[in-house]
Write a protein that binds this ligand. Structure first.
Ligand code: HEC
Length: 136
């Protein structure tokens, strides 16, 4: 009789301790991941905006027609003749979905193979942005 009461009391209390520790762990992890994401986002925005090349480009007014020529030479092989998407994604909504700074970063970084990195004067990049903006 003595043993029968002792065992059930011991078991549930140790289970409860484990469950509690686990749920605190998950909560902390979620808070940590959220903070990490926010910091990463702020960092990325900060980096894009202070990059001198991107800043210079954003200060210029681009020509859509010149941008279209640049696009036809450099981008249509992957993004399609009207930017409708081919190997690379459709770019008609790209200026709605991403900031110009993020798009410029994508074009100059080559961080997402097979898309290569491109180097061009800020004026040419501004022209390209004018074309991408005209697509929506
Ligand atoms: C060799 C093929 C290739 C060429 C050339 C290329 N791209 Fe891409 N591009 C891609 C691929 C593939 C992706 C998707 C990458 C990824 O997984 O995020 C992409 C993604 C993008 C994105 C992001 C779109 C999104 O929705 O995530 C932009 C903007 C873009 N390309 C613009 C350009 C421009 C402008 C040019 C010409 C200067 C160009 N690309 C040339 C293959 C290419």
């Amino acid at each position: 009789m003595f043993h029968e009461t002792e065992v059930p009391v011991k078991d549930p209390s140790s289970t409860a301790v484990i469950t509690k520790t686990f749920s605190i762990g998950m909560g902390a992890l979620r808070v940590f991941l959220t903070c990490a994401l926010i910091i990463l986002l702020l960092w990325a925005i900060g980096v894009f905006e202070t990059d001198p090349y991107i800043k210079a480009t954003l200060d210029l007014k681009g020509s859509k027609d010149n941008g279209e020529k640049l696009f036809k030479i450099n981008c249509v092989g992957c993004h399609g003749i009207t930017a409708q998407g081919l190997l690379g994604p459709d770019l008609h909504e790209v200026t709605d979905n991403f900031s110009e700074a993020a798009i410029i970063n994508q074009i100059i970084q080559g961080a997402t193979p097979p898309m290569p990195s491109f180097e061009m004067e800020p004026q040419k990049m501004a022209d390209l942005m004018a074309y991408l903006n005209s697509l929506k």
